[in-house]
Design a binder for this molecule. Structure first.
Ligand code: SAM
Length: 199
């Protein structure tokens, strides 16, 4: 996986590569999907949701430039796989999942692996988690139709957010904050599940 799916496609950050090597993806997929756990594709995790393709997890993590001093917000815990990758590299991870059964499974898996730097919340993360803001990085793993300003506002100065935006076909967008201006860059066409909003 490391050589053919990640390095060959340009993932270079050693911290990301090390985390992707360490975290075992099969621990985050349902039993009947385990044979496919290291395939180059997203997989169903129940409730109509997916665990992201390993390359996309590595790509999104690389673009938010984490290290052991950084605090990151993840919206859409899903299986908890990307949460584990973020927790390997960052100081603290705040993660929100809207679907109760997925939230419980992910929390159980991550607690079982002994992560102490992950803070969990079950609920709608479309408005972020203002209580713990600002964040050095925000990783959104479900797609809103438009870029949400409320999330940009929870970024620290020089903070970075990566987020898929659009309806059926989306673009992965990188937002970088500089004081009160936001530099927006389109990175890649992607397909993510929609960000559910109850607000
Ligand atoms: N990166 C995750 C992984 O590796 O398993 C994949 C996440 S999956 C593509 C997107 C997740 O976002 C789903 O579990 C979905 O339930 C969750 N989600 C959708 N809307 C949400 C919201 N408003 N707040 C929190 N989670 C949300």
């Amino acid at each position: 996986m490391l050589e053919t799916q990640l390095k060959a496609r340009g993932i270079k950050d050693e911290k990301v590569l090390k985390a992707m090597e360490k975290v075992q993806r099969h621990l985050f997929v349902p039993e009947n999907m385990r044979t496919y756990a290291y395939n180059d594709e997203p997989l169903p995790i129940g409730e109509g949701q997916t665990i992201s393709q390993p390359y996309i997890v590595a790509y999104m993590t690389e673009f938010v430039k984490l290290n052991k001093n950084k605090k990151v917000l993840e919206i859409g815990t899903g299986s908890g796989y990307q949460t584990a990758i973020l927790a390997e590299i960052a100081n603290e991870v705040f993660t929100i999942e809207i679907i109760t059964s997925l939230f419980q499974k992910a929390k159980e898996a991550l607690d079982g692996l002994g992560y102490k730097n992950i803070h969990f919340k079950q609920g709608d993360g479309s408005l972020g988690w203002a209580k713990h803001a600002p964040y050095d990085a925000i990783v959104v793993t479900a797609a809103p139709q438009r870029l949400p300003e409320v999330l940009q506002d929870q970024l620290e100065n020089h903070g970075r957010m990566i987020i898929p935006v659009g309806e059926t076909f989306q673009d992965l967008i990188l937002v970088v904050r500089k004081n009160n201006t936001f530099k927006i860059e389109k990175l890649l066409p992607v397909r993510f599940v929609p960000l559910i909003s109850t607000h």
